[in-house]
Design a binder for this molecule. Structure first.
Ligand code: FAD
Length: 393
């Protein structure tokens, strides 16, 4: 038996024994476990599942064990992922800390910052939000105006962020601030961390087209930020911001790969029924679903290949834009098909039968996939310039 085979056998046995029955099977987006000081859990079993996975470091399998990560090699992490898939385990934790901040801290943080923040992220104890966009700085992110004034051992931050996902639920924020107003715009930005309970931080939720309100306007009025919470070099926060964005874009792209919920073909079969040969009794829709599933399978393999390239330090820095673009467009296609499969029922906005318009609300939510984390147009610009090396306009 090879080491990897032994690892698979042990992992399988551990998961069988420790993944509660309630935490297996499809999980709706709004049932995700986000952790944090005010964490809520769908059931007590979901709390236990997070505690068990967090204690083993398997919420961040490839992070070093010295920071409470799983310390797994790339190959071991793939085995873990496939064993989790095998038992249809639900994610123990959804976390901007794991997906975005953690990788940036590993690359740019001080030893103290890594020791302080990474274990809390792994265990899901602190929930993070992202303070990048501002009313005048979205696609042109380097135009941010939120100002940090140097007061010796701390800064005083004033300004406004917008579209800050879950700002009203988050414990801490990773935030871009302008620390040098006279430097060229990319060179006067710093990347700082602070507690959302610091006096002077207020949030105001914004309602989405889907009727939900997961993101906010976030205001900073004379907010004190300690200098020890600067990540990376002063005025070089743009490097940290870009590195983090690559992880964010890959994470958003992965939505195309994973899909979540029940397979589209199954949903369509339940709604429309089968023909005599047992196939979906709607040939046009059947072909569209098959097309989408084939593209999703190819995308899954592309994600895996890029993951290997990243680990081997052979990936082009702009590759995350390709994953983000394709994965978010794929997720939008999947939800278009779910709407088509659901027929008139899928359009229902309220009521028990439609679970309060779940299909329609989820479909509308996917419209934002090609905006959040950088729009599809911006990703296409990056792909054209940096991957295809096409001439600029
Ligand atoms: C659901 C959701 C969650 C979000 N969460 C967060 C968050 O947690 N934290 C955070 O900081 N931000 C967040 N954002 C903000 C997101 O990053 C921005 O919306 C995004 O970067 C686009 O910026 P903008 O909205 O200012 O649009 P704009 O930049 O004003 O763009 C408007 C339109 O112009 C197009 N455009 C702009 N520039 C170009 C160009 N050079 N070439 C071609 N077309 C162009 C865009 O593609 C878009 O269609 C979130 C957004 C959404 C929708």
């Amino acid at each position: 038996m090879t080491d990897l085979e032994r690892f698979r056998a042990e992992t399988r046995a551990w998961l069988e024994a420790h993944c509660p029955a309630e935490c297996r099977g499809p999980m709706a987006d709004d049932e995700m476990i986000w952790g944090g000081r005010d964490a809520t859990f769908k059931t007590p079993a979901h709390k236990l599942w997070l505690e068990r996975m967090g204690a083993r470091g398997w919420t961040a399998p490839e992070w070093p064990a010295e920071y409470s990560g799983g310390g797994l090699s790339r190959e071991e992490a793939k085995v873990l992922a496939s064993e989790l898939r095998r038992i249809k385990a639900q994610p123990a934790l959804a976390s901007f800390g794991v997906w975005m901040l953690g990788p940036a801290l590993l690359a740019f943080g001080t030893e103290e910052q890594k020791k302080r923040f990474l274990p809390e992220i792994v265990r899901g104890e602190i929930r993070w939000c992202q303070g990048y966009s501002e009313p005048g700085a979205g696609s042109d992110l380097a135009a941010i105006q939120t100002k940090a004034e140097d007061k010796g051992d701390h800064w005083i931050v004033n300004g406004q962020k917008i579209w800050t996902s879950y700002a009203d639920k988050a414990d801490w924020i990773f935030c871009l601030v302008r620390t040098d107003a006279d430097a060229p715009k990319h060179l006067g930005i710093s990347f700082v961390l602070f507690d959302m309970k610091t006096p002077g931080v207020t949030t105001r939720p914004i309602t989405l087209i889907s009727g939900k309100s997961p993101f906010c306007e976030t205001f900073f009025d004379d907010v004190r930020v300690e200098k020890e919470n600067l990540v990376g070099t002063l005025n070089r926060g743009w490097d940290v911001a870009k590195y983090l964005l690559a992880h964010e874009r890959t994470m958003i792209g992965a939505m195309g790969e994973v899909g979540g919920g029940r397979p589209v073909g199954q949903v369509a079969l339940d709604a429309i029924g089968a023909d005599e040969a047992g196939r979906l009794d709607e040939p046009m829709l059947r072909a569209r679903i098959a097309d989408m599933e084939i593209d999703a399978a190819a995308f899954r393999l592309a994600m895996e290949r890029v993951g290997d390239q990243v680990k081997a330090k052979q990936a082009h820095p702009a590759i995350a834009s390709m994953l983000k673009y394709y994965g978010s467009e794929l997720n939008k296609r999947r939800h278009e098909l779910l709407m088509a499969a659901g027929g008139a029922d899928a359009l229902e906005w309220e009521g028990e039968r439609s679970h309060d318009g779940k299909t329609a609300r989820d479909w509308l939510r996917t419209k934002a996939n090609s905006i959040e984390g950088g729009t599809s147009e911006v990703q296409l610009n990056i792909i054209a310039k940096h991957l295809l090396q096409l001439p600029g306009a």
